[in-house]
Design a protein around this ligand. Structure first.
Ligand SMILES: Nc1ncnc2c1ncn2[C@@H]1O[C@H](COP(=O)(O)OP(=O)(O)OP(=O)(O)O)[C@@H](O)[C@H]1O
Ligand SMILES: [Mg+2]
Length: 343
């Protein structure tokens, strides 16, 4: 008998067997063809009905228990599942399909949880590492001052300034962490019509002094229209522009220039921020938007960054269901581009 026999098929074979046996008996006993045929049909019909009913009931009872257990697990998740149909032609096939589905779903969930667990562990490690340096610096200077350096006019204000710088760094780090966790906890956006040209000019004004320190010019490309309207969360896109332009200044060359361009892409607007700075080696590009990721140049130059700026940018753009990308050539410069829905 085939492995996939349904209860009906088993009942059919058993009824045929029973009808044949009893017809042989009747045939031998009565020697009447008509009576033998009538017996065959009757026995077959009764047996088929009784066997298939009993088999279905038996299988249904056993499988109901398995289903019940699966549902108990499944309904703890987000999906809901239909109950076992009593008229199901192949109840065993149906239950094994559900079990496989359930197993795959569970395996996916377990893998996701493992990934999250690794991520959290790594994140916690990174946060404590980043907090440790400024805290130890502050601690060192304050203790040195308390141990006598406070009275030494040559170093006291120098040490206090250094401690203050580390305090600023600590505050900056905590602000970045707060905005990342705020973005994660309530992904809600307050979207409105935003003029990207005006927003960019506001950011330029805010960062003017910083750019001047490195003699960097901030410009919107000439061919752009006077107004570029998108549907976006204004405060968050302001932060995106600040983070990208601050990076462009920080990693840009002295006397260089930063250009912002807008491209009409049918349903979206692509905004590009291009600098002519040090550039980023290709091997770093795939990981650049990860939290705490910095290139070797970013680290060794002691620019005071923690590698959270681009992670925040990516979070915001993805919350808008849009994309961000980067292209860069060492020694030539970098261009960061993100899209937003046209307003
Ligand atoms: N325009 C750029 N040119 C060259 N390198 C860049 C540029 N933007 C980012 N990078 C590199 O990418 C890294 C990650 O940038 P990100 O903005 O996430 O962190 P950060 O600037 O180091 O710190 P933070 O923004 O948190 O203060 C930087 O450390 C730097 O190495
Ligand atoms: Mg940055």
């Amino acid at each position: 008998m085939s492995k996939n026999s349904s209860p009906q098929f088993i009942a059919l074979i058993a009824s045929l067997l029973a009808a044949s046996l009893s017809s042989i008996g009747v045939g031998i006993f009565t020697l009447e063809v008509l009576a033998t045929a009538a017996n065959f049909v009757l026995v077959f019909a009764v047996c088929y009905f009784v066997f298939s009913y009993l088999l279905k009931e038996f299988i249904h009872d056993r499988i109901k228990l398995i289903y019940k257990n699966i549902y108990k697990f499944k309904t703890q998740g987000s999906k809901s599942y239909g109950a076992l149909n009593k008229n199901e032609a192949d109840p065993i096939g149906a239950v094994s399909k559900e079990v496989v589905e359930w197993m795959l779903e569970n395996r996916k969930e377990v893998n996701e949880l493992k990934e999250q667990e690794n991520f959290r562990r790594e994140f916690l490690g990174n946060v404590s590492h980043e907090l440790k340096t400024p805290i130890q610096t502050i601690q060192g200077y304050i203790h040195t001052l308390l141990d006598g350096a406070l009275d030494d006019k040559n170093v006291n204000s120098l040490f206090l300034n250094k401690a203050a710088k580390s305090t600023d760094r600590l505050a900056e780090l905590v602000t970045d962490l707060t905005s990342i966790s705020a973005l994660e906890n309530r992904g809600l956006l307050k979207t409105e019509s935003v003029d990207l040209v005006k927003l960019t000019l506001d950011v330029f004004e805010m960062l003017e002094i910083r750019a001047k320190e490195k003699d960097i010019s901030l410009k919107i490309a000439k061919q752009n229209p006077k107004e570029v309207i998108v549907e976006a969360d204004k405060a968050k896109i302001h932060q995106v522009l600040v983070n990208l332009i601050v990076n462009a200044i920080k990693y840009g060359k002295v006397g260089g220039s930063i250009r912002v361009k807008f491209f009409d892409m049918d349903k979206n607007i692509l905004t590009e921020i291009a600098d002519d700075g040090e550039g980023i080696a290709e091997e770093h590009l795939p990981r650049l938007f990860e939290r705490f990721y910095r290139t070797d140049a970013g680290r060794s130059r002691d620019q005071g960054g923690s590698g959270l700026g681009l992670a925040i940018v990516k979070h915001i753009i993805e919350a808008h269901n849009q994309t961000i990308n980067v292209r860069s050539t060492i020694g030539i410069g970098s261009t960061f581009g993100f899209t937003l829905k046209k307003g």
